[in-house]
Design a protein around this ligand. Structure first.
Ligand SMILES: [Zn+2]
Length: 352
């Protein structure tokens, strides 16, 4: 389905700069402090979504912005079907994304009894308010700790004006996980074994990946981005690459649902790993020469990755990588460092 926004109104809002901070930041409650710290993207006005059956009991709900728009806060969801109920994987980046998911999965015919959150970034948790009260919410323990820190974030203003995201009256609210795990837990939906696994530090401190070994399906959350630039806002690049290597070597993985972009497999994961390796290699070289993160991001040759959505994310990615080199890394977003790198990148690239 395609959801079309009121383009005249959106264009006007865009001109007035109300979108400039970007969805993730508005949700994080830091918009005014660091505009566009995590990229130049503006909320898309056309988002296409599709329920894709992967096996008799597993589906991906793939969301993608219209050509040329930003993937900012547009994430994929998943669904595993049991005899009497279903498991949801993530909740989308806005109320409307969750409503579209719930409507699309209605045809499968079972109620959701549980949601696994892959990590705490707003584009994966903002749809939780649309799920039935009492649904069990599972997350890795660090993800829950990060969600506790969010408190009550503001409601992005465009939820009321851009129908691809929400409607008037939608209110942003963080709903906390009711069950946490450290290393792993196993759920059963009928005969379908569902392993929920912490892959070690990767895209965040507390990622959860959902593996269906019997079906050779892996929902990797934002450990995987296909055709969309990975966002390293609170990641650990060296460890993230190692996590990719473990998934690439896992014989029980064939189909991979990324957090962003189309469903793929190991070839796509290896390609994404190449982005992280490029970032690490070129970032190290620049860091050792004393080049600033923003300049390193502006000067890197992204090659084929330059065509992926939101390539300017290389700036916050580099800022975070520099803290990894300095050994000052932690689970939180460093919006000041990301914003400084983004501003320098925009200046050097002539982005005004
Ligand atoms: Zn995401």
């Amino acid at each position: 389905m395609a959801i079309k926004a009121n383009s005249v109104e959106d264009a006007e809002l865009t001109r007035r700069g109300l979108f400039g901070a970007g969805a993730a930041l508005v949700l994080a409650g830091a918009a005014r402090a660091q505009p566009a710290a995590l990229g130049n993207g503006r909320p898309a006005t056309v988002i296409n979504s599709r329920l894709q059956q992967l096996s008799p009991n597993a589906y991906a709900f793939v969301l993608r912005e219209a050509q040329g728009q930003s993937n900012l806060s547009i994430s994929n969801l998943g669904c595993v079907v049991g005899p009497t109920s279903m498991l949801a994987i993530d909740t989308g980046g806005a109320p409307q994304h969750a409503r579209n998911f719930l409507a699309a999965t209605l045809s499968v015919g079972k109620p959701f009894d549980r949601v696994v959150i892959t990590h705490e970034h707003p584009d994966h948790i903002a749809g939780l308010t649309q799920f039935p009260p009492g649904v069990e919410i599972v997350a890795q323990e660090e993800t829950r700790a990060q969600m506790v820190k969010m408190g009550q974030p503001p409601t992005p203003p465009y939820w009321a004006t851009n129908p691809a995201w929400g409607r008037p009256g939608d209110v942003n609210r963080v709903i906390l996980p009711t069950v946490t795990f450290h290393d792993r837990m196993t759920l059963y939906y009928g005969d379908t074994k569902v392993d929920v696994v912490w892959p070690g530090r990767a895209h965040t401190s507390g990622d959860a990946v959902i593996l269906l070994p019997g079906e050779k399906i892996a929902f990797l959350g934002d450990v995987a981005f296909f055709d969309v630039t990975p966002l390293n806002g609170s990641g650990y690049v060296a460890d993230w690459i190692k996590a990719c290597d473990r998934f690439l070597a896992d014989p029980n993985i064939q189909t991979i649902v990324p957090g962003h972009g189309p469903v793929g497999g190991k070839a796509e994961l290896a390609e994404m790993k190449g982005y992280l390796q490029l970032l690490l290699r070129e970032g190290r070289r620049a860091y050792d020469k004393g080049v600033s993160a923003g300049r390193a991001a502006a000067e890197i040759d992204l090659g084929k990755y330059a065509t992926w959505s939101d390539p300017e994310r290389v700036a916050p990615n580099m800022a975070r990588l520099y803290s990894e080199f300095r050994g000052t890394i932690g689970p939180d977003l460093d919006l000041a460092a990301a914003g400084a790198a983004m501003a320098e990148y925009n200046r050097l690239k002539g982005n005004g």
